[in-house]
Design a protein around this ligand. Structure first.
Ligand code: GLY
Length: 289
């Protein structure tokens, strides 16, 4: 309704409908669970049988979506909205596949970095990219929701694919992204509390756009063994103080708990190691250290 550019999709309630939609869109096939799935609901595959198996599994819980494959780099861009005014944060890129070298199953995200210097080449500057997303995606969406009597106040997460045909929305979330936020907020110089308070009180228009440092930020997710399927939990974590002491590094706990004197894992996405540095090599080296 807002005219926001996105991939074409077909909802399917039965396997025959899935088959028809897969054949209509062609490979690579994209099958999505239609609902919350903790980052595990999407399958992108060249294998039609695998696409059908994924659909069969999720059809037990409701419709699935078969989508057009959107080819290009993925960018996460967050906007703070007070229902009418929206302010952008700085873009980030996350890596959704489990393994090194961008291999393995989809996850909620295994690492991220910000800013994205390569946007300069495609759009002239990061600001030009952000302005395009603001005017073609974030503002139309927020205006549409306001016109429907359901103003959106909070954090609009635009998941974008930069295709050869232009920017496309692959997903919206009504929350901060994990792990992109850990990288983005390390660079935020404007107090986050001021932005959130302005959003909550409808006064965002009186605030300048948030300001970011030119530092590079890299975050790495430490995940439990067997994540994302059935993570093994209860493992003690060692070396947290030593890790925090590395220059530029901060740890963000996701699924940890205290047991006696030990910090132990309590879920799949255990913690983030986030580092800032003057360049990406520096930030990455610090995070892995
Ligand atoms: N990193 C993806 C998400 O937060 O949905």
């Amino acid at each position: 309704a807002a005219g926001v550019p996105t991939g074409r999709s077909t909802p399917a309630a039965r396997l025959e409908e899935v088959e028809g939609a897969l054949d209509a869109f062609g490979a690579p096939f994209v099958v999505k669970a239609n609902g919350l799935a903790s980052g595990k609901g999407v399958l992108v595959t060249e294998d039609r049988k695998a696409a059908l198996a994924h659909a069969t599994q999720w059809l037990l819980q409701g419709d699935v979506l078969v989508e057009e494959f959107l080819d290009g780099p993925e960018v996460s861009l967050f906007f703070v909205s007070d229902g009418h005014t929206v302010h952008p944060l700085s873009p980030a890129h996350d890596y959704k596949r489990l393994g090194d070298g961008d291999t393995g199953p989809n996850t909620g995200g295994m690492g991220a970095y910000s800013p994205l210097p390569w946007l300069d080449e495609k759009f002239g500057s990061e600001d030009a990219f952000v302005d395009e997303v603001l005017t073609t995606i974030a503002l139309p969406t927020v205006r549409q929701l306001a016109s429907e009597g359901t103003p959106f106040i909070g954090l609009l997460y635009c998941g974008l694919i930069l295709t050869s045909m232009g920017i496309r929305v692959i997903e919206f979330n009504a929350r901060f992204g994990d792990p992109e936020t850990q990288a983005v907020l390390r660079r935020l110089q404007t107090p986050l509390s001021e932005l959130l308070f302005a959003a909550a009180t409808g006064t965002l228009a009186q605030h300048p756009r948030p300001v970011f440092s030119s530092d590079c930020a890299v975050t790495i997710v430490l995940a439990s063994e067997s994540y994302p399927d059935t993570p093994i939990i209860g493992r003690p974590l060692y070396g947290l103080d030593a890790a925090s002491a590395v220059e530029g590094v901060r740890l963000f706990h996701g699924a940890t708990t205290v047991s006696g004197d030990a910090v132990v894992s309590s879920g799949g996405r255990v913690l983030n190691v986030t580092a800032v540095g003057h360049g990406f090599a520096d930030a990455r080296w610090r995070a892995y250290t």
